[in-house]
Write a protein that binds this ligand. Structure first.
Ligand code: NAD
Ligand code: 89V
Length: 353
């Protein structure tokens, strides 16, 4: 991986200026090590609106494009941020690979594992760094949880439950989700699989059951999965867009981990409760909201900032990103295995996917 001098801001361009991309825009704009020089969308008015958001604060706005290849030729950036939906990722990362530019690409990586593997091969042949914007493991509360586990506060983890179940109306901001055939595993549980790998290591086999509860949508909106990690932990991973809870926990992941010396819980409201050998401790693990964030999405927005900062650091140091394309292929394989498990009603060995 090419290294960049620590004293120079990396020149960044974004492709895709839709619902979620505003968070990327604000994060790039606020990151010390980055200079956002271009924004691109097939709908040029969306890119222009993004440039306007930056200009409005009195800053030099990024240049506006409707064609990624043209933007790369014109601006010769250090890195590209792909913030489109998965169907376009193969073509867009292909353009970045041909131009030899480091790329970070939103999740889900692609519609299926075969496409993921083709994109990984494209990036490897071109020798470009490719990271997937898998942001859950970069959430401040999850980083603090991992630190507590690494400190051995409950001994060695044995069993765990990761639950992201709520009734938040994801279809309002992302109406295309109502039409996708693969919904909750590919859109949401993919984050939890990555978190489970981040906390407990790679997975040997999986058992999954999906459900469709909400009427009028094409895909499944609930999933219950059981994962056997190679290191010995067994984790339950639960994801839903149909669960009615008051107050709604969106966007928090609630977690319970049992260890050899105690157990811990991540409770709603970002509370880490540790039942260790010396008693019970309560700790706030609330995220630090960016000043451009809003109360509901603050934790997500902080994680976007952390994810993008991690990629800048990876490029500067020449290190592989934690959620590199190669790493995210393993997370994606879990999604593919979960669909197979649910369809066939059996455990699926990851080595066969
Ligand atoms: P969106 O449909 O609102 O926006 C996508 C934009 O990309 C559109 O404006 C579209 O015109 C543009 N686009 C598509 N193909 C293009 C191309 N070839 N060239 C230029 N522009 C192109 O989508 P969204 O809701 O913002 O989601 C984008 C991605 O972000 C999805 O993959 C989604 O899963 C992901 N997402 C992630 C999180 C998270 O927390 N990590 C949250 C929400 C969405
Ligand atoms: O990551 C995502 O796609 C988000 C959320 C987790 C809220 O579903 O839309």
């Amino acid at each position: 991986m090419a290294q960049a001098g620590a004293d120079r801001k990396l020149r960044v361009v974004m492709v895709g200026c839709g619902f979620f991309a505003r968070n990327h825009l604000m994060a790039w704009h606020h990151l010390e090590g980055a200079e956002l020089v271009g924004v691109c969308d097939l709908d040029k008015s969306r890119a222009a609106a993004f440039a306007g958001l930056i200009a409005q604060a009195g800053n030099t706005p990024p240049a506006v494009f409707d064609d990624l290849a043209g933007m790369l030729d014109a601006l010769r950036p250090d890195l590209v941020d792909v913030v489109t939906t998965m169907e376009s990722h193969e073509a867009l990362v292909g353009i970045c690979a041909r131009k030899g530019v480091a790329t970070i690409c939103q999740k889900p990586f692609a519609p299926d594992l075969a496409a993921v593997r083709r994109i990984v091969a494209l990036a490897e042949q071109a020798g470009i760094p490719l990271m997937i914007h898998e942001n859950f493991r970069f959430q401040g509360p999850m980083v603090q949880l991992r630190q507590a586990l690494d400190q051995g506060v409950i001994g060695t983890p044995v069993a765990a439950r990761l639950s992201w179940r709520c009734g938040f109306d994801v279809f309002k901001g992302q109406p295309y989700l109502a039409k996708v055939e693969r919904l909750v595993l590919l859109d949401l549980v993919i984050h939890l699989f990555d978190l489970a790998r981040f906390l407990f290591g790679d997975v040997d086999r999986i058992l999954a059951r999906t459900q469709k509860v909400r009427p009028g949508i094409a895909g499944e909106d609930g999933a219950v999965c059981l994962l056997e990690h190679g290191g010995g932990v067994v984790s339950e991973v639960l994801g839903s867009y149909h669960t009615r809870i008051d107050p709604d926990p969106f966007p928090e992941t609630l977690i319970r981990v049992d260890g050899t010396k105690g157990h811990l819980e991540v409770r709603q409201g970002y509370q880490l409760v540790i039942h260790g050998p010396d008693g019970v401790t309560h700790r706030s693990i609330a995220p630090v909201a960016p000043d451009w964030g809003d109360p509901v999405w603050a934790m997500v927005q902080e994680s976007v900032l952390n994810t993008q900062a991690h990629f800048l650091e990876a490029i500067r140091t020449g290190q592989e990103a934690a959620t590199s394309a190669q790493d995210n292929e393993k997370t994606f394989a879990l999604v593919e295995a979960a669909y197979r498990s649910s369809a066939e009603g059996r455990w699926v060995d990851l080595a066969t996917v």
